[in-house]
Ligand binder design. Structure first.
Ligand SMILES: O=C(O)CCC(=O)C(=O)O
Length: 246
């Protein structure tokens, strides 16, 4: 399964692309069953895909990584993976942001594939995007305003440039400023579907207001081979194996 030229053009025009049927129910159940039975060694955070075969499977998935290769027009490397199990009745989301704020990279090739492991929509805190925002400059940011919608965190990251220079950079959760909220599109992504988006595409999510539907999602961030990632904790990227570039 590869992306036809119209879908690649749509991604380039809109800054995101939703594709249904990327994962089968069996693939999802295998992942979720392993999550229900967590092993103590699985504490690698954003790099868990390097040690956990279930996380690695999703990050290296041949169908998905083949599409990523098409969209990047080159060979993908994995930067990080995240599993987001957003619980009903108030599990919080990630405020509207551009990934390039959190993960500076050069040349700027960072992109994500966000996979729905349950049916997702506005009610259970599904993914939102701002179409065509990827062609805009990087936005100003400020702390997220509503703690019922978005959790707050802060952290100091070690950075290292390609010339070996090292420094510390404090970061915190934020939301982009000056956005017209009417531009936000609340996606309905069925279980097994996914959304590809660029590192400038404004995206995020809100709290899960459903009474009984967890919002389960798995995201992998990729760069094109040859890209420098500044953050030291995720600098050691991993080349996708057996990626079929179309
Ligand atoms: O699903 C969410 O809540 C946000 C995901 C996100 O920010 C990402 O995958 O980069």
């Amino acid at each position: 399964m590869t992306l036809p030229p119209e879908q690649i053009a749509q991604y380039e025009r809109e800054g995101f692309l939703m594709v249904r049927g990327l994962l089968t129910d069996a693939e999802i159940e295998t992942f979720l069953a392993a999550e229900r039975d967590p092993k103590p060694q699985r504490t690698l955070g954003l790099r868990r895909y390097t040690a956990d075969p279930h996380w690695r499977y999703l990050a290296m998935h041949p169908k998905i990584s083949g599409m990523v290769a098409q969209l990047l027009n080159g060979h993908p490397r994995i930067v990080q993976t995240m599993y987001m199990n957003k619980q009903p009745d108030g599990g919080t989301g990630v405020a509207l942001h551009q990934d390039v704020h959190y993960i500076r990279n050069e040349p700027e090739t960072l992109m994500a594939c966000w996979l729905a492991l349950s049916d997702t929509d506005r009610d259970n805190g599904g993914l939102c995007v701002v179409p065509r925002s990827h062609k805009r400059p990087v936005y100003e940011t400020a702390l997220p305003k509503d703690s019922r919608e978005h959790a707050h965190w802060e952290k100091v990251y070690q950075m290292r440039g390609p010339d070996g220079q090292a420094w510390d950079e404090p970061m915190h959760s934020h939301e982009v400023q000056g956005l017209d909220l009417d531009e936000v599109v609340y996606l309905r992504v069925p279980k097994g579907g996914g959304v590809f988006f660029t590192d400038r595409t404004i995206h995020g999510s809100f709290a899960n207001r459903s009474g009984d539907r967890p919002r389960l999602a798995f995201a992998t961030h990729y760069v094109k081979d040859g890209t420098w990632v500044y953050r030291k904790d995720i600098q050691e990227t991993v080349l996708v194996e057996k990626c079929e570039r179309q």
